[in-house]
Ligand binder design. Structure first.
Ligand code: NAD
Ligand code: IPM
Ligand code: MN
Length: 372
């Protein structure tokens, strides 16, 4: 065993623990081939932590996250905790990790895998070979801007308010991530905001334009309003390479983009705190979906997004490029062999999909020349 990586595993709520169990099986299979040990440190997060400790993320868990090489996050939330104040809700767990670890860029790749070409609600020719990288700013914007709150009005009503803010520094740092990623892809960045209506959008556009001219003139940059972007993602998604946008638009557009790939259960993500090309330490790896209360406990959640998040962790945090590609290939091969949960039109259980991915992984490991 040459190296050892410390991973904080936070399964969370609902389908989180169900899909996490499959992702951990995949990690264990990788250990043997890589001659490497993953030290898994488990903790509660979200509603599970509220029930056990009265808070969505213990300070001690935050410290353990800081000391880890990476955090593997499931999903949090559910109807049981919906009545709580915003500072007490399960969702605080993931927001706090992003904010306090200073992870400002959430990379959400929407990749259309060949075996799933018929699983999308869009026509095959619209999505075939689709490969988009959505870079969502995730430590600022409407999620964190002040002032925010709810006030009582003299007329007996209420007023809820939030603030969208973006500074030059916040835009530049996430912009750099997008431009660096584009250089290793098809060299195109589409920057998305509402510069036609909001000051924060206008500053975003100005800063992205200046950054492009100053540091990334070799990359093609275009700007698009978020409403048009939503429409274009459904009309002609292959026009996009890297999309960079703020916290709220990125949240919405990435759920939208997931359906281009067949299911929300297919999209992994990496939440990082530096421009690419460097090791991210620590970073958070999480599917983009939530705890799916409507299917939790049924054993039918799609574990692919969680497993593919493991692949992103291997590549970005541990530099294990070959092993990351193996995991991705095993997922594609398992899908091609028909291992699909109901969201993809199949009838496999979560565990059966996990079985299939592990089996494909073992096949690929024993026949390394078959790696695409
Ligand atoms: P959701 O993503 O949990 O579910 C939306 C729909 O997609 C549901 O019909 C669900 O069954 C389906 N779905 C999601 N993931 C799936 C998977 N892996 N396999 C098959 N089907 C899947 O969103 P929601 O219902 O709006 O939110 C539920 C809870 O999750 C809320 O409390 C929300 O705040 C929380 N949430 C958490 C995270 C996170 O922890 N990162 C992300 C999004 C939502
Ligand atoms: C996501 C989720 C989170 C977000 C919630 C749970 C706070 O929807 O990761 O996409 O809005 O960022
Ligand atoms: Mn979301």
């Amino acid at each position: 065993m040459s190296e050892s990586f410390q991973i904080l595993v936070l399964p969370g709520d609902g389908i989180g623990p169900e899909v996490m169990a499959q992702a951990v099986r995949v990690l264990t299979s990788i250990e043997a081939v890589a001659g490497m040990k993953f030290n898994l440190d488990y903790a509660l997060a979200g509603g599970a932590a509220i029930d056990a400790h009265g808070t969505p993320l213990l300070d001690g868990t935050m410290d353990r996250a800081r000391r880890s090489h990476a955090v593997l996050f499931g999903s949090v939330g559910g109807p049981k905790w919906e009545g709580l104040g915003f500072d007490l809700r399960p969702e605080i767990a993931i927001l706090r990790l992003r904010k306090e670890l200073n992870l400002f860029a959430n990379l959400r790749p929407a990749t259309s895998y060949k075996p799933l070409i018929d699983a999308s609600t869009l026509k095959p020719e619209v999505i075939e070979s689709l490969d988009i990288m959505i870079v969502r700013e995730c430590a600022g914007g409407l999620y964190f801007g002040e002032p925010r709150g709810i006030e009582q009005l003299p007329n007996g009503g209420k007023r809820g308010f939030n603030t969208e803010t973006y500074s030059t520094e916040e835009i530049e740092r996430v912009g750099r991530v997008a431009f660096h990623l584009a250089r290793d892809r098809r060299n195109q960045v589409c920057s998305v905001e509402k510069a036609n209506v909001t000051e924060s959008g206008l500053v975003w556009r100005e800063v992205m334009t200046a950054l492009h001219q100053r540091e990334f003139a070799d990359v093609t940059l275009r700007h698009m309003y978020a409403d048009n972007c939503a429409m274009q993602l459904v009309r002609a998604p292959k026009q996009f390479d890297v999309v960079v946008t703020g916290n709220m638009f990125g949240d919405i557009l990435s759920d939208l983009a997931s359906m281009l790939t067949g299911s929300l259960g297919m999209l992994p993500s990496a939440t990082i705190g530096t421009a690419t090309g460097e090791r991210f330490k620590p970073a958070v790896y999480e599917p983009i979906h939530g705890s799916a209360p409507d299917i939790a406990g049924k054993g039918i959640a799609n574990p692919m997004a969680q497993i593919l998040s493991v692949a992103m962790m291997l590549r970005l945090s541990f530099g294990m490029t070959k092993e990351a590609a193996l995991v991705e290939q095993a997922c594609v091969d398992a899908l091609a062999a028909g291992a699909r949960t109901p969201d993809l039109g199949g009838n496999h259980s979560t565990a059966q999909v996990g079985d299939a991915v592990v089996a494909q992984l073992e096949r690929l490991i024993s026949a390394p020349n078959s790696i695409a």
